[in-house]
Design a protein around this ligand. Structure first.
Ligand SMILES: Cc1cc2nc3c(=O)[nH]c(=O)nc-3n(C[C@H](O)[C@H](O)[C@H](O)COP(=O)(O)OP(=O)(O)OC[C@H]3O[C@@H](n4cnc5c(N)ncnc54)[C@H](O)[C@@H]3O)c2cc1C
Length: 411
């Protein structure tokens, strides 16, 4: 048994704490907020087994021009944001070249493929079945050309990675989804995705399970982590916690946190926003409105619309332009109803330029481990990379561990 500190209680951190606890370790999970209140709360809530290929940066001139001119709702940017992340964005651009993206996808698809399987025991043990719908994710296309392209993409994902899908024409889809008030050209229905009506609630339930099984959760800031007697010490309001090993699961905050240990982790933080609507009729399944770069998901709080990416400075004030733009475009498709009053939420997808999460021992820092950088799919992949990290800490390994390890990614 080893004393282990897990820093950060988002989906990745709580899953990591559970995986290490299951191996008999004494685990203390630390966060400055209760579990599941940051990025793992505000996302679209989809366990995205269709995302076998990580999100690459578009490289064609037409798309880049549309981004540059602010014509796409998928992405917005500020010069300050692009400037601050320029080196990481350049590496991301290079890693997105088709040959390199294909190599990254070969590893990524091994993660997404098992995501449902890795969540299932935690869903059951935490009593969270009431939050889960196993009815897939639809990508809704408004015109023939984009439908054909999306269908070709689905066929590629099926052939290459056995991702399940069906193509449904617009009229047939409206029969399945009476909440729609426009007939789209059609949809790609990725049948194996699951969706969660309260992503923060599921994360909190996993955190509660960890505590029920004897784990300790402490509300504290990780910033005081320091080396002590060959291990780690963190001062918390409940006293000092000593541990032999520490795992960094700080999501978007991981890169800045690690600077104090002389580690420079290039991160791209793609900000996203959400809003809830009191829609009179809810769709059965979450769907992507591809033309407007938003996802609509059923949540306990209302119909949640989540935005695409905004590349902005970390301290930039909330400017949910992508949501307000999409509102007008989405409403003819599905009646949104009144917006639920709440403070404007935003959070950042913690992306690494190589598009793979970083999982394993941090170089030059004995006893310090990484499990962060899950980008667009951290909610999906939390339990999966938690299992891989627990294996790596036990000295077990394999080709996938090598690819994800910080030594490989930072080297
Ligand atoms: C708009 C949007 C939609 C998304 N949709 C999906 C989706 O449908 N499916 C999917 O799989 N993924 C989705 N994602 C991505 C996903 O939400 C993230 O990849 C995932 O939540 C990251 O989890 P995490 O545990 O690494 O980070 P977080 O959930 O952010 O957890 C990090 C934790 O670290 C804590 N912390 C930070 N600094 C400190 C400190 N100094 N001291 C103590 N604690 C600290 C924070 O309080 C936080 O709880 C989406 C993201 C966005 C922004």
């Amino acid at each position: 048994m080893t004393e282990i500190l897990v820093l950060g209680a988002g989906m990745v951190g709580v899953s990591t704490a559970l995986a290490l606890q299951a191996r008999g370790h004494a685990v203390t999970l630390v966060d400055r907020r209760p579990p599941g209140q940051e990025t793992s709360h505000g996302n679209a809530g989809i366990i995205q087994v269709e995302a076998a290929e990580p999100y690459a940066m578009p490289r064609d001139l037409v798309t880049l021009l549309r981004y540059g001119l602010g014509r796409s709702n998928d992405l917005t940017y500020s010069l300050a944001g692009v400037g601050a992340m320029a080196p990481a964005l350049w590496r991301y651009f290079r890693a997105s070249a088709p040959a390199r993206h294909k190599v990254a996808s070969a590893s990524y698809s091994l993660l997404t493929r098992r995501a449902n399987r890795d969540h299932q025991p935690l869903i059951a043990a935490s009593g969270s079945e009431n939050l889960i719908t196993r009815d897939g994710l639809a990508v809704l296309l408004r015109d023939r050309a984009t439908l054909d392209a999306a269908a070709a993409e689905a066929e590629h994902l099926r052939a290459e990675y056995a991702v399940g899908s069906r193509i449904v024409d617009g009229a047939a889809w409206r029969a399945e989804e009476p909440a729609l008030r426009l007939t789209p050209a059609g949809v790609v229905h990725y049948t194996d995705c699951w969706s969660v009506s309260d992503p923060g609630g599921l994360t909190a339930a996993y955190g509660a399970l960890f505590e029920r099984l004897g784990g300790r959760f402490l509300l504290a800031d990780s910033d005081g982590l320091e080396r002590r007697d060959g291990g780690w010490r963190l001062d918390t309001p409940e006293g000092a916690v000593d541990a032999e090993q520490a795992v960094i699961c700080l999501g978007p905050w991981s890169g800045v946190f690690l600077r104090r240990f002389g580690l420079r982790v290039p991160m791209i933080l793609k900000r996203g926003y959400h809003a809830h609507y009191d829609a009179p009729l809810r769709p059965r399944r979450p769907f992507v409105d591809a033309a407007h770069g938003v996802v609509l998901s059923n949540m306990r709080k209302g119909l949640r619309m989540t935005s695409g990416a905004a590349i902005v400075a970390q301290d930039a004030v909330a400017a949910p332009r992508q949501l307000t733009r999409a509102e007008a475009a989405v409403d003819p498709l599905i009646e949104l109803g009144p917006r639920v009053e709440e403070p404007q939420w935003f959070g950042s997808r913690p992306c690494l330029p190589g598009m793979l999460p970083m999982v394993g021992a941090l170089p030059g820092q004995p006893g310090l481990w990484a499990n962060f950088g899950h980008g667009h799919q951290g909610f999906t992949l939390g339990p999966t990379t938690a299992a891989l990290l627990a294996e790596a800490m036990a000295g077990e390994g394999g080709a996938l561990h090598d690819v994800l390890s910080p030594a490989t990614q930072l080297g």
